[in-house]
Write a protein that binds this ligand. Structure first.
Ligand code: GLC
Ligand code: MG
Length: 578
């Protein structure tokens, strides 16, 4: 039975709104044996949004058994691993990002036995399993929170509590901090007679990592899943881990033009990117390294400045997510903008054996096909494939899934719900979370239920995996992605040099070279009309090259020879030559 209605916005009651220097980071993993243990190098990792991937029991919500039944999809694609958005016990206010027990699987997804089966089956196929670790907050339905409200030790300090500010006899939040989901980041608790901090929804109270007992508890939870087969973690919302111990007001940005409840009005110097965050990460790195066996991956989610992102490398993140394609660049960006962003990243990575990463998409931002337009659906994956390091794709990218407009009365994403009917469109994350489109049967083969937790995109009749797998669709998004993922194993892609070249004002080029080998070349036409160009001399590439792969809308078949001195690049096309 689908209890969907309880998640609709209308059911949500809208409510009112610098530290010590971190210790020395570890040196780079320079020993060759260490690098060899980093199984994620030169691969793609696939993000699964479990609610939307595959429903095995017909309740309209995806689950672990569903994922198990589809593991061969990852074998076909040849990704090294998949990471799962949270599968833990949760009231689902933020669809799993509000955790009520860090060591229990939510029944909607299955049982701990299902998880064990999932890791066993994945490992048999050579696939690694990465879990989402959400340390910044729990659900207010976590038993810790109830004990914290009652001031039971040591739980009394598990959350960030603060007395009210009394002005002219009335109660106000302790300071001006604002929540990412709009309004004050403080919520009054009548029983404890204090405010608690929530950087996201009021039902997501921030945990207090200055409590040693909490830190210990969270370490145990990290090990719990590693001992049950997890190969590493994606760490959620890491920039929000600590707040200023003096609870100072954040500086207001003058004339931001934003409504008063919008966190974009403040410079987040006291609620984001605090130094202690890095030390905490380093302690988790050491903890995971202390467990024997395969090397565990840490990926970190930090929407922050480039220097702040880069710092995560040195404190134990193998993959400080690079969101340039997701948030930094958009369909108005020109070839030069791409060049500057890509070079900027590559030049900023600290010296050592750290690797780049390229996030194509995720569950928090409009889909790449929506951001850049359907004609450019493959463009980001093309870049992620040819550029050095790791590519990260989101379920549906490999078939060019498109965002679905969800009207207000069907909106369920809390971020959209808190924004309200006039503002939800700018922030809603429902469009990219619709069910995966497996085939053209009922509910796109996602569920046997005709009602699913978010509607299936009606374009599934033609846009689906089964259709794209057919031999008659050799240049489908699916076949393109198979080739792109395989490219990571190409010796030139693995260890060649990298140049990002402005071929013309509207053509971006990437060249990877290795002595005595034919280069790998990517060309992207940024105009929505064909361009003719002589790329050969300017890029110093052979005149006769072969199409390894070309974007779906380009109409260029794979394997044909092209004259790089007289190239005709179709409108919006991306093509990789060898
Ligand atoms: C991360 C998640 C997002 C969630 C938020 C709060 O940004 O990716 O989906 O809403 O953290 O946990
Ligand atoms: Mg289900």
């Amino acid at each position: 039975m689908l209890s969907k209605s309880i998640f609709l916005c209308l059911a949500i009651s809208i409510l009112d709104g610098a530290s010590a220097a971190p210790s020395a980071p570890p040196g780079p993993p320079s020993k060759p044996s260490e690098i060899a243990r980093e199984w994620w190098r030169d691969s793609f990792i696939y993000q699964i949004y479990p609610r939307s991937f595959k429903d095995s029991d017909g309740d309209g919500v995806g689950d672990l058994k569903g994922i198990i039944s589809k593991l061969d999809h990852f074998v076909d694609l040849n990704v090294s691993a998949f990471w799962l958005s949270p599968i833990f016990k949760s009231p689902m206010v933020d669809f799993g990002y509000d955790i009520a027990n860090f060591t229990e699987i939510d029944p909607i997804f299955g049982t701990i036995d299902d998880f064990t089966k999932l890791t066993e089956e994945a490992h048999k196929r050579g696939l690694k399993v990465i879990l989402d670790w959400v340390p910044n907050h729990s659900s207010d339905e976590h038993p810790w929170f109830a004990k914290s409200v009652k001031r039971i030790k040591p739980y009394d300090e598990y959350y960030v509590w603060k007395d009210a500010k009394i002005i002219n006899g009335t109660r106000h939040p302790p300071n001006n901090w604002l929540s990412i989901f709009l309004g004050s980041a403080w919520e009054w608790n009548e029983e404890r007679k204090q405010y608690y901090l929530h950087q996201f929804a009021p039902k997501q109270p921030d945990l207090n990592f200055r409590s040693p007992a909490l830190r210990k508890e969270m370490e145990e939870a990290l090990l719990f899943w590693v001992n049950r087969g997890a190969d590493g973690y994606r760490i959620d919302s890491i920039i929000f881990m600590y707040e200023d111990a003096q609870f100072r007001d954040e500086p207001v940005i003058p004339n931001s033009g934003k409504p008063a409840d919008d966190p974009g009005n403040l410079r987040h110097i006291y609620t984001q990117d605090l130094n202690e965050t890095y030390d905490l990460l380093l302690s988790w790195r050491k903890l995971l390294d202390s467990v024997g066996g395969e090397k565990r991956i840490i990926m970190s989610e930090a929407y922050t400045s480039l220097p702040n992102i880069m710092k995560y490398y040195k404190y134990g993140s193998n993959v400080p997510f690079n969101f340039m394609f997701v948030t930094g660049l958009n369909n108005r960006s020109r070839a030069i903008d791409f060049k500057r962003s890509i070079d900027g990243w590559l030049n900023s990575i600290p010296k050592g054996d750290y690797i780049a990463n390229w996030v194509v998409d995720n569950h928090d931002n409009p889909r790449t096909a929506t951001r850049f337009g359907t004609a450019r659906a493959d463009q980001t994956s093309m870049l992620a494939a040819i550029l050095p390091g790791l590519g990260v794709i989101f379920n549906g990218d490999e078939i060019g899934m498109e965002g679905l407009d969800i009207p207000w009365d069907q909106t369920v994403d809390p971020q959209a719900c808190y924004a309200g009917p006039d503002r939800y469109k700018a922030v809603t994350r429902d469009p990219e979370r619709t069910p995966y489109q497996w085939d053209n049967t009922l509910s796109a083969g996602f569920s046997t239920n005709k009602t699913t937790w978010l509607p299936v995109n009606p374009n599934y009749k033609t846009l689906n995996l089964a259709e794209q797998k057919r031999v008659q669709s050799p240049t489908s998004h699916y076949h393109i992605h198979k080739k792109l993922i395989a490219l990571k194993q190409h010796p030139v892609a693995k260890s060649g040099s990298t140049e990002v070249i402005l071929v013309t004002e509207n053509i971006l080029g990437v060249v990877r070279r290795l002595p005595n080998a034919s280069p790998l070349v990517l060309l992207i036409n940024f105009l929505d009309q064909p361009i003719k160009v002589d790329a050969s001399a300017w890029m110093n590439i052979p005149q006769d090259m072969t199409v390894y792969v070309a974007s779906n809308s380009s109409g260029i078949p794979f394997g044909v020879h092209l004259d790089t001195a007289a190239l005709n690049l179709p409108a919006s096309a991306s093509v990789i030559l060898t």
